[in-house]
Design a protein around this ligand. Structure first.
Ligand code: OOG
Ligand code: NI
Length: 266
């Protein structure tokens, strides 16, 4: 599989549970825009058969290499960013993992029951990155217990490994040059934005501005038959600034990302 096919699979899985992304993309296309994706993001469990270190070789097989690393101490997360070796228009990849051994005993126990179910050779599955959970759905009680301590853990327990968001590159738009313009259009069309720390995260000074929608919600049937609506995936928008003449900053900013994570909060 080449990286173009990889992103096609990812996009289809993503818009199935985040239909807002397809609708917003359509809105942009109707204005005459061509969409270039800045990046996509994945979430995973550390200390598991799908931990970051074990996923990285799969990204390398797609032609990607790591170029940055980030930590989110309060959220107990670490992340790496990847870019394609040759295709400059290929989306970057932001891969984070939860260091759940730093959470409470109760939370660790719940997560252990999930990751114990992951096949040891999971990374051999060519559909791994849009497979979703590799474990049985946790109970709703377990989901709520995770949510109390880590929204990330709760999200991952139900949604699993798949694109958490795609991100539109504002630099490649023609009719809207700023995040304010994009946010204005989205709000006029009734989309909710993540306003943690303000609708626009970052600034020209840090070379990266981002905004994101609030995740769509999907109905999930938990063991026992109860159905609850939970946050699925969101859509992000990024504007990059030049770090030197003609060269846009390509990295991520911890202070921005910390707030973007909260787009899937219940
Ligand atoms: C990733 C959040 C960080 C960014 O662009 O800084 C991020 C996530 O929610 O999994 O996407
Ligand atoms: Ni992002």
């Amino acid at each position: 599989m080449n990286h173009h096919q990889f992103f096609q699979h990812l996009w289809r899985d993503y818009v199935d549970i985040a239909p807002q992304a397809e609708a917003i993309q359509q809105l942009f296309i109707e204005r005459g825009e061509t969409i270039v994706n800045d990046h996509v993001a994945f979430r995973t469990f550390a200390q598991s058969p799908i931990e970051l270190e074990r996923l990285e070789p799969l990204l390398e097989q797609l032609g990607y290499h790591a170029f940055g690393q980030y930590t989110f101490d309060t959220k107990k997360l670490r992340a790496r960013a990847y870019c394609h070796e040759v295709d400059e228009l290929a989306p970057k990849i932001f891969l984070s993992e939860l260091e759940f051994e730093r959470l409470s005993e109760r939370t660790q126990a719940i997560i252990h029951t999930l990751i114990a179910q992951i096949p040891k050779n999971a990374v051999e599955d060519p559909n791994l990155f849009w497979h979703g959970p590799l474990w049985a759905m946790p109970s709703y009680d377990a989901y709520c217990a995770l949510r109390d301590e880590s929204e990330y853990a709760a999200w991952l327990s139900v949604l699993g490994l798949r694109a958490n968001h795609f991100t539109v590159s504002i630099n490649h738009l023609e009719t809207m040059q700023t995040l304010e313009a994009v946010n204005h259009l989205l709000k006029a069309k009734g989309y909710g934005l993540n306003d943690v720390g303000g609708e626009v995260k970052g600034s020209a000074a840090v070379l990266l501005e981002q905004s994101s929608t609030l995740a769509d919600r999907i109905a999930v049937t938990f063991p026992g038959g109860d159905t609850h609506r939970v946050p699925s995936c969101f859509y992000e928008f990024a504007r990059r600034y030049e770090e030197s003449p003609g060269k846009l900053f390509q990295g991520f900013i911890e202070g921005n990302a910390d707030k973007i994570f909260e787009s899937t909060h219940a």
